[in-house]
Design a protein around this ligand. Structure first.
Ligand code: HEC
Length: 452
């Protein structure tokens, strides 16, 4: 057995480390060094002098990170107290300092539904090794751990997959001679201190273990006198390599876990991925941000991208007042690429299906509701024409959601005639999800285009 340090000392150490924000993990290891930022340097930021209107607009509106925070982030925070990132899985973005802290901070580690964890946010899992009981003493990565409370003692047959006790899911099967045995499991984690990688055992558990399924699911009996030990181990917070239980170990698949905002790397920043709904070409779980708010315009996206691309990993809160470097920003060449439509929010890409599915039942056939057919014929052309209920407005007015009567019907605006849509005669309520309404809004604001 490897030497262990006194458990309370380790508990404190692990807790302190677990709470830190701001470490980057270059080699799939957790950096234990304090990365206190240093002052930035405004010397070499020359203004953009090209002729791209979008860049000029971004530069005029958002000369510094502080402007961006005040005008954009704060806007997405204000209307609903609680929506804005002061709870659960969200970072606190309300203050400029909180915003700056999201640079380099690990993503999606806050508590919430485990399914909502994005693979790209998963960190290298803690390690476990068993001594005794015919186990092969191989160190294996922990995928995820579940404790199911209840009578958990002296099983005669192989316990069920959901038997009361401690279930540990591993990255690869354990090598063992027997299907069960009494053994001591040691939990460990890698730390980087002063550039040295150290592996620390932070907990151990001696009990009877069973090997289930293909060997990557290990079950530990938790008799009453062991419950406290198990609770203590769980309280430390085991780092799970497959936190969302989907079989993909994000830290193995991607070079390093994503940060909320990754200095110099907008495409690898989780907050940006949540705005776009995708990262590494894959869908990111969770509805798109900002919820219940106007999606970002191109100049806003550009300001964020240039801010992140030019952000020095050493900058601290003073970096907020430095100019955003639009001149050296690679995204300033083609700001149109940052259009959120890039993620497919076009009529053909997404909106047509949303309307067909949710509205087509009534708005179709020879006598469609309100004489509006949303299923057959040239629906796209029809949407650019006037509303029957309010002939002063078109159903869709590209670029202006508040002049788009169909959108006003979706949000149940005060000015509409009749019911908010989609009208459900049974419940009286709509069925569109917030994400779908957000997509319709994004689509309208970005010009309600038919195809990409
Ligand atoms: C259960 C049937 C039903 C469903 C489902 C439904 N509608 Fe309607 N819709 C109606 C009826 C009935 C009217 C006319 C009465 C009213 O407005 O309340 C109407 C009116 C409208 C109008 C006004 C048309 C105009 O020219 O002014 C719009 C726009 C509209 N619906 C859009 C939608 C959209 C978009 C959806 C899906 C997201 C939808 N409806 C789903 C029954 C439905």
């Amino acid at each position: 057995m490897r030497p262990t340090v006194s458990s309370s000392l380790l508990l404190a150490l692990v807790l302190a480390t677990g709470c830190r924000q701001g470490g980057l993990y270059p080699d799939g290891e957790i950096n234990n060094e304090a990365e206190r930022p240093e002052y930035g340097d405004a010397d070499d930021v020359a203004p953009y002098v090209g002729d791209n209107e979008l860049v000029l607009e971004a530069q005029a509106e958002f000369p510094t990170a502080l402007d961006f925070h005040q005008k954009v982030i704060w806007r997405t925070c204000t209307p609903f107290d609680g929506v804005c990132h002061n709870s659960k899985e969200y970072p606190d973005l309300r203050t400029p300092a909180g915003f700056i802290e999201t640079f380099g901070a690990p993503c999606n580690l806050q508590f919430g539904e485990f399914q909502s964890v994005y693979d790209g946010c998963e960190r290298p899992g803690d390690r476990i090794v068993w001594y005794g009981g015919g186990f092969g003493e191989n160190e294996l990565e922990i995928g995820f751990v579940e404790y199911i409370p209840g009578e958990s003692n002296g099983f005669e047959d192989t316990p069920a997959d959901d038997a009361p006790g401690l279930h540990i899911h591993l990255a690869s099967p354990v090598q063992n001679e027997r299907p069960e045995g009494y053994a001591t499991a040691e939990f460990s984690r890698k730390f980087v201190t002063d550039g040295n990688v150290e592996e620390l055992v932070y907990a151990s558990l001696s009990t009877r273990w069973w090997v289930l399924g293909d060997g990557s699911h290990i079950f530990g009996e938790v008799p009453n006198y062991r419950i406290e030990t198990v609770q203590n181990i769980l309280a430390v917070g085991i780092v799970e390599g497959d936190a969302n239980h989907n079989g993909t170990f994000g830290a193995t698949v991607y070079d390093k876990p994503a940060s909320l905002l990754d200095p110099n790397n907008p495409e690898g920043s989780y907050l940006i991925a949540r705005l776009r709904g995708e990262m590494h070409g894959e869908e990111v779980p969770g509805s798109r941000m900002p919820l219940a708010n106007k999606p970002f315009s191109i100049p806003e996206m550009l300001a964020l991208f240039c801010l992140v691309e030019g952000f020095s990993p050493e900058a601290d809160a003073t970096g907020l007042t430095l100019p955003i470097d639009y001149n050296n920003c690679s995204y300033a060449e083609n700001p149109e690429d940052l259009n959120l439509l890039g993620a497919g929010v076009t009529w053909e890409g997404r909106i047509r299906k949303i309307l067909e599915f949710n509205c087509g039942g009534c708005h179709s056939g020879t006598e469609p509701a309100a004489d509006l057919n949303l299923l057959e014929g040239n629906v796209y052309e029809r949407l650019l024409e006037t509303s029957a209920q309010n002939p002063e407005l078109n159903l869709i007015e590209p670029g202006d959601e508040l002049s788009s009567y169909l959108y006003l019907k979706l949000i149940g605006d005060d000015t509409i005639v009749g019911q908010p849509m989609p009208f459900n005669p049974i419940t009286g309520e709509g069925t569109l999800t917030q994400a779908e309404i957000d997509d319709v809004l994004t689509w309208i604001i970005n010009g309600a285009v038919e195809n990409e």
